[in-house]
Design a protein around this ligand. Structure first.
Ligand code: CTP
Length: 412
């Protein structure tokens, strides 16, 4: 029998502490085993008895007092798959960022630094303060998963960002972590879960256009850019559909990968996922043309000479242009422009013809872009073209998603 996953829920002294009860319930409904640790201040808002009744386990607030469990912070950190602190006050956030370990929860957080998720909640001015923002950056850089607070009316009457994120988002983020969808610190350039609840569609890799069962037309695309985008979106909490042409990359975990071969197959899969997508990124190098006839058996010299010498081609559907023409308000569409020359000027033309909100222009050719881990790109929009410094595809993926996220957030 598979052991249920275990989440240690840290509750801190915040008016939103009562919502932690719903978080316990949401996690339990998904089959997760939950144990709770509270700070002393949290018990001013909700009693330990409430969480003990909900979890069926004693709730500890102090490192001391139980000789049978003399080193509880290490036991707790080691026995859980994830330590989720929700809500996390500005004070506990600051302590965790600095490595202060002056009570059971913060000592446990220090020991659980590589499987830690934090959902801050506080007044908007406290949230905006340079100190809190610096602490959040520190934690994000260390790979701690951060669930951004929501905006709205706060307990004090102010309106702004600081409310604990919706319970269902917190539960979804924690489950995604357990699923392996959110990356751990090792490979997390950013771990802010700002795409929670969003659907992201990515096309990636080349397509193969069959001439006969053993021959095809294709191109040099490795799929690395599309895979980096899909992984980065999943790390930020998005539900990702990756429509992938044939590549030599491992399918990323926690991502719905739809393997396809031809442009037609890619079109069908992308068309199905597109209406649901909040962000659609067309990174595939789709073959523009395909053989008009596809032989059912291997073409043979001396038998099929004409068919081998002259392959009549017909155009493939333009997946990006066709789908982007149907995009609904608020949906963000990103395309690429693979160019061997005049890459910005050509990308501007593609911007005009493809109905995308952003075209990522890159130079291709021998030793450039395709198959490489790093490249130079320019972001082309209706009013600007800005060249980014030569960067890794993973860094470029983060920049593209930052751009798309800010467009979504501003609902442009
Ligand atoms: N694209 C697509 N379907 C096609 C061709 C291209 O979805 N049949 C998308 C690519 O995924 C990319 C963008 O359109 O986001 C531009 O692709 P690119 O290969 O640079 O340009 P093409 O449109 O093929 O034009 P050209 O070959 O003339 O440069």
């Amino acid at each position: 029998m598979v052991e249920p996953k275990k989440i240690l829920l840290g509750v801190t002294g915040c008016i939103a502490a009562y919502k932690s009860c719903e978080i316990v319930r949401g996690l339990q409904k998904a089959g997760v085993d939950v144990e709770v640790v509270m700070t002393e201040s949290a018990t001013e808002f909700v009693g330990t008895a409430t969480f003990a009744a909900l979890t069926g386990r004693p709730v500890r607030t102090s490192t001391f007092g139980d000789l049978a469990d003399a080193i509880p912070h290490i036991r707790l950190a080691e026995s859980c798959d994830l330590l989720l602190i929700a809500p996390c006050t500005a004070n506990v956030l600051a302590k965790v960022a600095c490595g202060v370990a002056d009570d059971l929860l913060t000592s446990t957080a220090l020991a659980a630094h590589d499987h830690l998720m934090v959902a801050p909640a506080m007044n908007m001015h406290m949230y905006e303060s340079p100190a809190t923002q610096a602490n959040l950056t520190t934690l994000a850089e260390r790979g701690v998963a951060l669930i951004e607070p929501a905006s709205g009316r706060l307990a004090c009457g102010d309106v702004g960002q600081g409310k604990l994120a919706p319970v269902e988002d917190i539960v979804a983020a924690a489950l995604a972590w357990l699923d392996g969808r959110s990356a751990s610190r090792a490979d997390a350039p950013t771990s802010v879960l700002d795409l929670l609840g969003k659907h992201v569609l990515v096309t990636a890799g080349p397509t193969r256009e069959r001439i006969d069962p053993v021959r095809y037309l294709t191109n040099d695309s490795s799929g690395k850019m599309g895979y980096a985008l899909a992984e980065a979106a999943a790390r930020r909490g998005a539900e990702v559909t990756l429509v992938s042409g044939p590549v030599a990359l491992d399918p990323p975990s926690g991502i719905n990968v739809i393997p396809v071969e031809s442009a037609d197959e890619m079109f069908a899969a992308a068309r199905e996922a597109f209406p649901e997508a909040d962000i659609a990124i067309f990174a595939a190098a789709v073959a523009d043309v395909r053989p008009k006839e596809r032989a059912g058996r291997k073409l043979k010299k001396g038998v099929d000479d004409k068919a081998l010498r002259i392959i009549e081609l017909e155009e493939n559907p333009d997946i990006l242009a066709t789908l982007a023409a149907t995009k609904r308000p608020g949906q963000i569409v990103v395309g690429f422009a693979a160019e061997t020359d005049d890459f910005i000027a050509n990308a501007r033309k593609k911007f005009a013809s493809k109905h995308a909100d952003l075209i990522v222009a890159n130079e291709v050719g021998r030793g450039k872009a395709f198959s490489q881990d790093a490249m130079t790109v320019a972001l082309v929009t209706s009013d600007a073209a800005s060249e980014l410094p030569h960067s890794s595809k993973r860094e470029i993926a983060v920049t593209i998603l930052d751009w798309a996220h800010s467009r979504l957030a501003n609902n442009l």
